[in-house]
Design a protein around this ligand. Sequence first.
Ligand SMILES: Cc1cc2nc3c(=O)[nH]c(=O)nc-3n(C[C@H](O)[C@H](O)[C@H](O)COP(=O)(O)OP(=O)(O)OC[C@H]3O[C@@H](n4cnc5c(N)ncnc54)[C@H](O)[C@@H]3O)c2cc1C
Length: 380
Amino acid sequence: MDFSISEEQASILLSVDKMISKFLPPEEVRRRDKNYEPPDFLLKYYAELGLLGIPFPEKYGGLNEKWFTVTLVNERLGYYAAIAASLYGTTIGFGGMSFLTYGTDNQKETYLPKIIDGKLRFSLALTEPSAGSDAGGLITNAKKVSNGWVVNGRKTWISCADEADYLVTPVRTDSNSSGSKGISILLIPRKSDGISMTYLEKVGNNCLTSWDIGFDDVFVSEKNILGEENDGFRNLMSTLHYSRSCQASNAIGQAQNAVDIIKKHVLERVQFGRSISKFQTVRHRIVDMQLRVDQARMILYKLAWLIDEGKRCRVEAAQAKILASECLQYVTNHGMQLMASYGYSLDSDIQRLWRDSRLYSFGEGANEIQREIIAKEIGL
Ligand SMILES: Cc1cc2nc3c(=O)[nH]c(=O)nc-3n(C[C@H](O)[C@H](O)[C@H](O)COP(=O)(O)OP(=O)(O)OC[C@H]3O[C@@H](n4cnc5c(N)ncnc54)[C@H](O)[C@@H]3O)c2cc1C
């Protein structure tokens, strides 16, 4: 395993730094968070820099580069802003890799070049009011009609659905089935007749809009099935390591940013006649923060290496997701204590990171479910 960063990767990261400092500097991150304004325009710049093509074959316009490079880019974007990494991760790790893994040749040729050009957005519409962790319990159904399906049901907590061109929607296509069997994935154009959307308010991640979506007799063309009929759940599971890796790299980027913010504060803050960084409890707490970030990062990079080697990585994807989300919560929670009133101000960056961090231990598969995955894999 070699985690050294090549010259090419270093130059990609430099181009990310330059792009973000120009278009999404810290004051702009704060302004957008306060105004609930997602920076969708970034996708265009990601495409211009070639970032969206990194893991895809050249014949679709991609760079055929390593997943490790995607990981490094997403971590760097997460360092600057959670939403910048979410935008990147969902476009590549979820949208693009789903087409590459189980799309037909025709779908790959149609959709991948547009994804790489930053012209297409997707949201995963999996969760339902009665099917969260138990995703196989979904009841939104699709009935076969001539030339396609008619979908009825409801999905909830769907991120960025208002900006998506397509809702990648797992639905029950076999009415006699239950659990993870009999599910297919439909690409539902977001502007289809019969779709209604309600905005959901929440405590953090203000730029990641959340939606409750109703499907009322929504017609979907037969061409818009992604993967095989009634085998959608298996396909969905087969790409989870990509999206978990993106979730983890985003969280680790944010956690490193939080450590840097806290370190700067404790070095500058003077109480009892000296920098509070000189108090042993304070310095040890920061050392513990960095320890956790580095530990999570090592598992994340190992996951990227396994993906690049085409090796099995179910355990490492779950480990990376757990360690990254829990390290982000540890760092931001203790950061709020070390920065005290300065952190508690709505003008501080640490309070935003702290609010945002709450999502990561249950989003993208709750950590309890990740622990169950690991338990089974290690023979418990
Ligand atoms: C901001 C945000 C964005 C989201 N974005 C999307 C999106 O884009 N697309 C999408 O489809 N969904 C999305 N979700 C939904 C998210 O994936 C779910 O919230 C998550 O899967 C957990 O489901 P739940 O909230 O229904 O919790 P529940 O499943 O009700 O879980 C509640 C608690 O019970 C625990 N639990 C459940 N089952 C077990 C078990 N077997 N063993 C041990 N503990 C268990 C859980 O770990 C959790 O602590 C989003 C949610 C939020 C808040």
